[in-house]
Ligand binder design. Structure first.
Ligand code: PLP
Length: 386
């Protein structure tokens, strides 16, 4: 009996050994509060500042631009609400985002618009999930406070042209935020292109519960948490020094391993696609050209089966995949993003590989997928009749 094959790295990828070592090293030391001036506090401070330097180097920004958070959701909320509020203070009352953003961006955008009486423009995606920079720029007005467009989509893996949006906004007072949570593991993410950027450590080999909000120094932002004024007053709260140290180690390791991971992931998702697209009722979603999609992601529509039955049967047979997106807590209805792309299917499957995926995993998964999908389609047909 084989161990199950894990093909849900976009939901959370295993801890890298370097991140685990940093986490344990700092958990086991008698560190104090990183804001304290005594030796124990200063030891914790060293952990935080070393990690800040590693993250800044990975993003091509200065350490002062890096703020640590509890993860992608908090970073997105901080950027969206914080920049909306600071824009409001300067009389700007309009926000622009896209229909394929993760709920961690869409929901705070809707919330702040509703609570503050701001106008929100939600730009639709192209059919392959990418965002046309021209449509975003056409939506921007003189009173736009914030434009938030994800670096790469978490479901179909579509990669957006953030550089084109950034250069189109060069003369606009609007701030640009990008959610790079899914992109960072395999894409070069240039923090200096944008005013704000979100990362989540558990998507690239760090622990769950820690993330990064890159907030370009000089950009005015309202805080969500008020208290001791840590992290330049933007994010009060005692630094989670061990988690932050592990996030720093994961960042550096992920950047060093990026070329290997991107190449291996591309081979693995291409192999999955080549076989699975040969099955009746299976179609691919998302961009076709490799340069427009994350190498780690393969998104499929499967007709003639129920999504819930398919994921449960695959899980029982030993392959763990996502139906739609994870993070929306078990919901198997089509996500808003997939609906916006015009994807209509009885079931969707997201297969995502990561730094621990092997070619043998892929062959094992294919044995299972090529048995379960046709069997389930056959069974569904005989239940529903001719
Ligand atoms: N943004 C994107 C694109 C994501 O894929 C996710 C998680 O799946 C998040 C934000 C939320 O990140 P976290 O789980 O760290 O809160």
């Amino acid at each position: 009996m084989h161990a199950p094959v894990y093909l849900d790295h976009a939901a959370s990828t295993p801890l890298r050994p370097e991140a685990r070592a940093a986490l344990l090293r700092w958990l086991d030391r008698d560190v104090g509060n990183a804001s304290a001036v005594h030796g124990a506090g200063q030891a914790a401070r060293v952990a935080v500042e070393e990690a800040r330097e590693l993250v800044a180097a990975a993003l091509g920004v200065t350490p002062a631009d890096v703020v640590f958070t509890s993860g992608g959701t908090e970073s997105d909320n901080l950027a969206v609400k914080g920049l909306a509020w600071s824009g409001m203070a300067e009389g700007r009352r309009h926000l622009v985002t896209t229909a394929v953003e993760h709920p961690a961006v869409l929901e705070p955008a809707r919330w702040v618009a509703a609570h503050e009486g701001l106008e929100l423009t939600v730009v639709p995606p192209e059919a392959d999930g990418r965002i046309d920079p021209e449509r975003v720029l056409a939506a921007v007005r003189d009173d736009t406070a914030l434009v938030s467009v994800m670096w790469a989509n978490n479901e179909v893996g579509a990669v957006n042209d953030i550089a084109a949006i950034a250069s189109g906004l060069a003369d606009s007072p609007a701030q640009l935020h990008s959610d790079a949570v899914q992109a960072f593991a395999t894409q070069e993410v240039g923090g200096s292109l944008v005013d704000a950027l979100s990362l989540s450590a558990h998507k690239f080999g760090g622990p769950q519960g820690v993330g990064v909000a890159m907030l370009r120094r000089g950009v005015s932002i309202e805080s969500l948490t008020h208290g001791g004024g840590q992290d330049r007053g933007v994010r009060s709260g005692t630094f989670a020094s061990a988690l932050v140290a592990a996030c720093g180690a994961a960042t550096a390791t992920a950047v060093a391993d990026r070329p290997r991971l991107a190449a291996a992931a591309r081979t693995q998702t291409d192999r999955l696609a080549n076989v699975l697209l040969g099955l009746a009722g299976v179609r691919r979603n998302g961009p076709v050209a490799p340069e427009h999609r994350l190498p780690t992601h393969l998104h499929l529509s499967v007709d003639g089966v129920s999504g819930e039955a398919l994921t449960l049967m695959l899980d029982r047979a030993g392959v763990q995949v996502a139906a739609g997106a994870a993070c929306t807590a078990g919901a198997l209805t089509a996500s808003e993003g997939l609906v916006a792309m015009g994807i209509e299917a009885d079931a969707t499957l997201r297969l995502t590989v990561g730094h621990t995926s092997t070619d043998a995993d892929i062959e094992q998964a294919l044995d299972i997928l090529t048995t379960v999908i046709p069997n389930l389609r056959q069974r569904s047909r005989s239940v529903s009749g001719p």
